[in-house]
Design a protein around this ligand. Structure first.
Ligand code: C5P
Length: 231
């Protein structure tokens, strides 16, 4: 049983601010990207045979050197990302070997502190036969659909809504077929699978798998890390 992981880390992180791309921002003295890689390795251990990371163009060599100590026996490839997240994932996917891999994880570098159990649940569900798996948490806000003028159109039943996290796990052939589709407006990989009519399975996510997006998220990240280091 072999797993490949793709980490889209090519976003600039404009909402976060700062002089460097988001994946290179540090929490507890290490970059978000290093935290993300370490988490994936901890959960998948010997099963992780291949890691492909999409980074801002021009940083490929630096990132390859930086991550080398963290990948264990997995092969590491670093590729320049694209304009949209879905382009970055597609470019990375092209480097994942076609043979010998039965699960591909796609994991945002910005969800650097996803607990090991969440990753294990995703991989476990793919291994158990689901072809597309996403971790989810309930939404706590009331969500409204609005029109282009900002007027409320309707209010979906909150009990039927969830927020979706990463890593998302896929049967490799399905992920390749999904990324062959046109990707405009696509914000996660499961969405492409839905367009193929495939049923996407959910597993329990975690509040700690939040996406570092705004400056305040760095404070939350520091506090999660400090708590883990004190255990
Ligand atoms: O922008 P957002 O926070 O939704 O990005 C989610 C993940 O996708 C981040 O890890 C980011 O680095 C990555 N990304 C990418 N290529 C882009 C845009 C975002 O790899 N063009």
């Amino acid at each position: 049983m072999s797993t490949a992981a793709i980490i889209p880390a090519a976003g600039l992180g404009l909402r976060l601010g700062g002089a460097e791309p988001k994946a290179f921002r540090e929490v507890g003295g290490e970059s978000l990207l290093v935290h993300a890689v370490r988490g994936l390795r901890a959960a998948t251990a010997a099963d992780l045979v291949c890691l492909v990371i999409a980074v801002p163009a021009g940083t490929e060599d630096i990132v390859a050197k930086l991550l080398d100590p963290y990948v264990g026996s997995a092969t590491l490839q670093v590729v320049a990302g694209g304009t949209e997240r879905t382009d970055s994932v597609r470019f990375a996917l092209e480097l994942v070997p076609e043979d010998g891999i039965d699960c591909i994880l796609v994991h945002d570098a910005a969800r650097s502190f996803v607990p090991v159990e969440v990753i294990e649940r995703v991989v476990g569900a793919v291994r158990a036969g689901a072809s597309a798996v996403v971790p989810v948490v309930p939404v706590t806000d009331t969500i409204k659909r609005i029109d282009s003028a900002g007027r409320v159109v309707d209010t979906p039943d909150r009990s039927a809504l969830v927020a979706v996290q990463t890593p998302q796990g896929f049967e490799p052939g399905l992920l390749r077929r999904a990324h062959a589709l046109e990707g405009a407006g696509v914000t996660d990989d499961a969405m492409l699978c839905e367009r193929l009519g495939v049923t996407v399975q959910t597993v329990e996510g975690s509040d700690e798998a939040f996406k570092v997006t705004r400056p305040r998220d760095l404070i939350l990240a520091e506090s999660i890390l400090a708590e883990r280091r004190s255990l």
